[in-house]
Design a protein around this ligand. Sequence first.
Ligand code: GDP
Ligand code: MG
Length: 370
Amino acid sequence: PDVITVQELANRMAARAGEVVKALFRMGVMATITQSIDADTAELVATEFGHRVRRISESDVEQGLEGEADTEEALEPRPPVVTIMGHVDHGKTSLLDALRKTDVAGREAGGITQHIGAYMIQIPSGDRVTFIDTPGHEAFTSMRARGASVTDMVVLVVAADDGVMPQTIEAIRHARAAAVPMIVAVNKIDKQGVNLDRVRQELLQHEVVVESLGGDVQEIQVSATKGTNLDKLLEAIILQAEILDLKANPNRAAEGTVLESKLDKGRGPVATVLVQKGTLNQGDIVVAGAEWGRVRAIIDDMGIPLTGAEPSEPVEILGLSGVPGAGETFVAVEDETRAREITEFRQRKAREKVTAAAGAARGTLNDMLA
Ligand code: GDP
Ligand code: MG
């Protein structure tokens, strides 16, 4: 298959496109500068121009990113990553705030609560849980579209006084599509005249069968504002996590997903990432999407600088060259050369997509004019 246009090859060799066309002609290949040629031909031309060729294929890059598979012995238990979803005003934010206050890790000293969209708490048993705040279901959708799976389970918040609403149904669909288990948190049970049976029946209509109706979905009645039964909800999460037997190898180069990112005036590009494999260390060279950089600082959700972050830890990282998109993967690589290779490859891919789209549009226009 053709892999590179004559123009692109010329650019990469810092040669004139016309010279490349001539070289191809001498080799018996008739190609214009916008045409694509195959890898073998491109390599021949490049060699003729005095370049040493090293091919990077998509599979090389992916291999580099996936790394070696972890052996069973290398795997260690990791905390669950939980996404809270539900209809607007059913109490997602209130619940996230309330759960955060149950953190017994005692990191508050000196820390300022950061709104980094994800945090990890430690519960009295010593277990830790990571919560992700999805700013709208669109973010979740776009992450899924990119193939990023970050969550181990979904806590579906349903207000007892309102029941199943359109975004509740949407959340159920998201959890199903992501193939992750759900825990139902029936919220606002402090309100007068709530009908729990009605909520259960409505859930049943969407094939969410809670335990009291003979199903296997845990249902916990909570009040986010009164702080009722938060311990029970956390217990349910830990139980679900035990069933899932969540593990990762902390002793390898870090890999994970970008949850969100922004350009900060003072600090430059800032990305909130979830470490999913390995340990991310300060000073690591990372590639995130089509950006790369040396990790200058790792900061936790309390604003405290860390030297490293392990699987299931959400942290902010500083030091990237630009702002990667939410849902992009990041990976720590051995050196800057490798980081450049991967990012150049990805940027080229992105450009090719744009060029192909533009080409297709031109084609259509030509067709219309013809
Ligand atoms: P979100 O849109 O799902 O994030 O919902 P919010 O957390 O912003 O809550 C919406 C409203 O419901 C706010 O006025 C909250 O104070 C209120 N609320 C949330 N949880 C409870 C609860 O447990 N009991 C009562 N009575 N009100 C609640
Ligand atoms: Mg909210």
